[in-house]
Design a protein around this ligand. Structure first.
Ligand SMILES: [Zn+2]
Length: 500
């Protein structure tokens, strides 16, 4: 190799590298308002703190958050000993244009069992992450703009207040570490809630996770049981409120949080039979589980499967069965915390130093659940052809590395020509879910992804159920002046040296 060629290569490399580095690859943080931490996971939030925080978020972020009540509880007040405190089921909607019901995928996250404290804490962690992530993270920004995310952190607020209202020092007040599980229905109708069993099994209260009208009659009809299913289906105000909300808002995907067992639970909940969409559920539950951690260890994951397979019993009359069985929408449950959490303070009321870790253990999986909530389930009779949920995302950029906003991105199944498409946001970010295709596919199916005349080919065979595909547009050579000059200079040097 001669000296002249070396000089050419060297100068070209310097110029090209300066050309590349001067191009901002992402334009984040252009409009960051006052960001604040709305919840620090070093304590369990009380009913009052959750209300206050949700309303504060809605006040400070009216462009992406709105708070409203979907109903109320029976209203038991342990202080007065009367039913004089009906607690609103405060619900936060996180989405752009929150006052408008847009035609976007709608996902609902809620909770039922009073003593399962990690879940409301996690929901506050999630809400805080979504609000702040809107300004800091392109995936969250996209989800908030293109999805409607609804979260009711404390639907069983009566039970939560009975169980100590987030204060671990109040746990031992009469019913010990086992904790209160049910709601506050006055089963014997004497105007008072008698609770005297430390395992949450007194003659009072109804299990809100057994009161839904899907194989309700298979449930537990003993009022003394902690899993009492109530006098009739949908007998409980908080359950009716959630049911009406899910129907009236056309929720596409529901996740009810529980603890403890470290598991993603899929239908059917009432029986040990496979649901018609079993393969679809297992596919995305596996991908969710792969995104979980156990005690912060990324090599260990939640289990997944039907309740009878994973936690050892079926649960008739549950919310997720009703969402799936009655509405044919996606319904799942998540049991938080590790599989070896123990039945006592540890499981239901983990020490506060574990809240952050348990929240982080589930966070990425919940983001994935939100992402694939746009999947449209086929009828149960054709469920075998259900396409798997598979998220394709990335950035569209020009040759200069600048984000291309408003660009149509199309994915085509080359086997049959079916297409799905979306448009990039201001960061050039896009996201598409193969679960919104009508046709099924396999790991050998070839897909084309295109943005303008730029095109790539891929197969959906990633074990994590998602793939990042960045696209550089070859048909928009709109260089800004400075890189253009550098390229001309590079070419001039190359030509000069090659001719001498
Ligand atoms: Zn539970």
């Amino acid at each position: 190799m001669n000296l002249k060629l070396l000089v050419v290569l060297f100068l070209s490399a310097i110029l090209l590298s300066s050309f590349l580095t001067m191009n901002p690859s992402e334009k984040k943080g252009e409009k960051i308002p006052m960001l604040r931490n709305y919840y620090t996971p070093d304590h369990y939030p009380s009913f009052q703190e959750i209300n206050h925080t949700l309303h504060q978020i809605a006040r400070e972020h009216p462009d992406i958050a709105k708070v409203f009540s979907i109903g109320h509880t029976w209203g038991w007040d342990p202080t007065t000993g009367k039913y004089d405190w009906p607690k609103p089921l405060w619900t936060i909607k996180i989405s752009d244009n929150p006052d408008v019901n847009e035609s976007e995928p709608r996902v609902y996250i809620h909770w039922h069992h009073a003593r399962e404290w990690i879940a409301p804490a996690f929901m506050m962690y999630l809400i805080n992450s979504l609000i702040n992530g809107y300004y800091e993270n392109d995936t969250i920004h996209w989800l908030v703009n293109h999805y409607e995310i609804y979260i009711t952190p404390l639907s069983n607020a009566d039970g939560y207040v009975i169980d100590g209202n987030g204060n671990l020092n109040n746990l031992t007040g009469g019913w010990g570490p086992g904790g209160w599980r049910k709601n506050a229905r006055d089963n014997n109708g004497d105007g008072t809630l008698e609770i005297n069993d430390q395992w949450g099994a007194s003659g009072e209260g109804v299990d809100p996770e057994r009161n839904w009208d899907w194989h309700w009659s298979d449930g537990d009809n003993d009022p003394n049981s902690s899993t009492y299913h109530g006098p009739y289906p949908f007998s409980e105000p908080m359950v009716i409120a959630e049911k009406n909300f899910i129907e009236n808002y056309s929720i596409d995907a529901q996740c009810v949080l529980h603890s403890f067992s470290g598991a993603i639970l899929i239908p059917w909940f009432y029986t040990s039979q496979n649901a018609p969409h079993d393969s679809f559920y297992r596919d995305f539950a596996k991908h969710m589980a792969l995104r979980t951690k156990i005690n912060g260890d990324p090599t260990k994951h939640y289990n997944y499967g039907r309740p009878d397979e994973v936690i050892g019993y079926s649960a008739p009359g549950g919310s997720s069965d009703w969402v799936y069985g009655y509405l044919n929408k996606i319904g799942i449950a998540v049991e938080m915390e590790p599989q070896d959490a123990s039945w006592s303070d540890d499981g239901f009321h983990p020490s506060t130093d574990k809240i952050q870790m348990y929240s982080e253990d589930l966070y990425e999986a919940m983001i994935y659940f939100i992402e694939i909530s746009d999947t449209r389930l086929k009828s149960k009779s054709s469920a075998a052809e259900q396409p798997d949920a598979y998220v394709v995302w990335g950035y569209v950029k020009d040759e200069g590395g600048n984000p291309v906003a408003g660009e149509k991105v199309t994915i085509t199944n080359t086997a049959n020509g079916e297409k799905i498409e979306t448009t990039t946001d201001e960061h050039g970010f896009y996201m598409l879910d193969l679960g919104t295709l009508n046709s099924s596919y396999s790991s050998t199916t070839q897909f084309q992804i295109s943005a303008g005349s730029a095109m790539k080919v891929f197969h959906a065979n990633d074990s994590m159920g998602s793939e990042k595909i960045d696209i550089v547009k070859s048909d928009v050579p709109e260089f800004s002046t400075a890189p253009g000059i550098l390229i001309i200079a590079t070419l001039a040097i190359v030509i000069y040296f090659s001719r001498n």
